[in-house]
Design a protein around this ligand. Structure first.
Ligand code: NDP
Length: 452
């Protein structure tokens, strides 16, 4: 980066930090994007005159509300919930709901900001939004989760709509939560409409939505390898997390011939030197999706597998890393350890799992680095397909959805290559490619609207 560009990035970030104090995750997400975009902003007087970056980093609005619910002992409980409607320049707000005790405004602003670029990259008409609550579903009964979801929707329903804002799932919000939320919406409005995505197949959900983020992430990883004339087949692969994204990343990686050695949850990680196979994956699905247990049970069941409490998998030697748990789970030190052990590709299933210093280290080492905006866009893309099916009152089968998902992931890869080529050796900086590729369409729409 030139000295002038660095100076402009620092100056812009000083202003952003001042306007948004105490929001480190949001600052981190904006800095990463700003580093990619500043050269084209400086080259384009129209972008400067219209303050495109200042406007794009300011959410359209943030809705904050209290959610009161009753636990199984009859005590009242109160949580805080948010919906960040970040940018609807190219379509209605679209993005998940997260239920986790660490949720706060900074986390949801970073997610909503990223979502705007990601949704643009899919080529579908979707704006960016995100929401959630500091409610912790862990350890709660199904009835408690139901009462929380119903209370949350009683407030949220005023602000969403199939042409306004269409939430989906994220951490802590899976099929069970989406069903409770949708049931309450339908009851309040007396309307059966595609107001949420990730719905059950019996009531308007799309085939392939559950698998979409994980499958899409592995498709993207394969596209990066293929661009270099290689493949994920036969490569050792580290996965973190054991939720929706992790499970279906493992499934697709196995199908494509990779050897998956690890997975994790917030208690630690499991290393299986023999690799996960179909039978072991079925055990993980039952453990995490049905019984909601902890990953150490896997190590107790399968002989040579080891459980490492309180640690992450990034010290295990492998060619591929798929971080699929949460933000900032790969520190700079973890990145250095992966590089030292010969990692060839890091493809982000989770949102912003790599600290900015880690991203810089991967790019410097010319690792094939697939940033979340591009690599995990398969989930929201199939959510977009779910909206289309709901609007048309039709449903496509698995093959049709998977065909469309593959094609969207290939298109995203091409956009990243188009905008991310660097230097003479044809190295693709996918971070830059995704940021510029996502930005251009949103910027074009914003310029067309004038002072909005
Ligand atoms: P799930 O709730 O299904 O799973 C989350 C997984 O991450 C669990 O294994 C969980 O462990 C682990 N985890 C969560 N928080 C932490 C933490 N602070 N430290 C360590 N481990 C943690 O969520 P998803 O799989 O849906 O989401 C995972 C990531 O993918 C998120 O970043 C999300 O934003 C992103 N994403 C999800 C999409 C989707 O379609 N679901 C779409 C695009 C991105 P434990 O069980 O112990 O909590």
């Amino acid at each position: 980066m030139s000295e002038r560009t660095q100076h402009e990035v620092d100056q812009f970030m000083n202003g952003l930090v001042k306007r948004n104090p105490g929001e480190p995750e949001f600052h981190q997400a904006v800095r990463e994007v700003t580093e990619s975009l500043m050269p084209i902003i400086l080259d384009n007087p129209e972008y400067q005159k219209t303050q495109i970056l200042e406007r794009m980093t300011e959410p359209d609005r943030i809705i904050i509300f209290r959610v009161t619910w009753e636990d199984d002992e009859g005590c009242f409980r109160a949580n805080r919930a948010w919906r960040v409607q970040f940018n609807n320049s190219i379509g209605p707000y679209k993005g998940g709901l997260r239920f986790h005790p660490d949720v706060n405004q900074s986390v949801l602003k970073f997610l909503g900001f990223e979502q705007t670029f990601k949704n643009s990259l899919t080529g579908l008409p979707m704006g960016g939004g995100k929401g959630g609550s500091n409610f912790n579903p862990k350890g709660k009964s199904d009835h408690e989760v139901m009462r929380f979801c119903q209370s949350m929707m009683t407030e949220l329903h005023r602000f969403i709509g199939e042409d306004t804002d269409i939430p989906a799932g994220d951490i802590g919000v899976g099929a069970r939560e989406i069903s409770y939320l949708f049931g309450q919406y339908k009851r309040l409005k007396n309307r059966f409409t595609g107001i949420l995505t990730g719905k059950g197949l019996a009531f308007g959900g799309s085939c392939g939505r559950r698998e979409a983020t994980g499958y899409g992430c592995v498709y993207f990883c394969e596209s990066m390898f293929q661009h270099r004339g290689e493949s994920i087949e036969g490569k050792r692969c580290l996965v973190s997390g054991s939720g929706n994204v992790a499970i279906y990343s493992i499934e697709k990686a196995l199908e494509m011939g990779a050897k998956v050695l690890t997975f994790s949850d917030s208690s630690g990680f499991v290393f299986d030197p023999d690799g996960i196979d179909e039978e072991k994956l079925a055990f993980i699905k039952d453990l995490k999706e049905v019984r909601r247990g902890r990953v150490n049970e896997y190590a107790e069941k399968f002989g040579r597998a080891e459980f490492h409490a309180g640690q992450n998998p990034w010290s295990v030697p492998a060619e591929v890393a798929l971080p699929c748990a949460t933000q900032n789970e790969i520190s700079e030190e973890d990145a250095q350890s992966l590089i030292k052990n010969g990692v060839q590709s890091v493809c982000e299933g989770a949102n912003m799992p790599t600290a900015l210093e880690g991203v810089h280290a991967f790019l410097k080492a010319k690792v094939l680095f697939g940033p979340a905006k591009a690599a995990n866009a398969g989930g929201v893309a199939v959510s977009g397909l779910e909206q289309s099916q709901n609007a048309l009152r039709i449903s496509w089968d698995h093959e049709e959805v998977d065909r469309r998902l593959k094609s969207i992931m290939r298109e995203i890869h091409s956009k990243c290559v188009e905008h991310g080529r660097e230097g003479d050796d044809q190295f693709v900086n996918y971070v830059k490619g995704a940021n510029i590729g996502g930005f251009l369409k949103v910027a074009e729409a914003m310029l067309a609207y004038g002072a909005v």
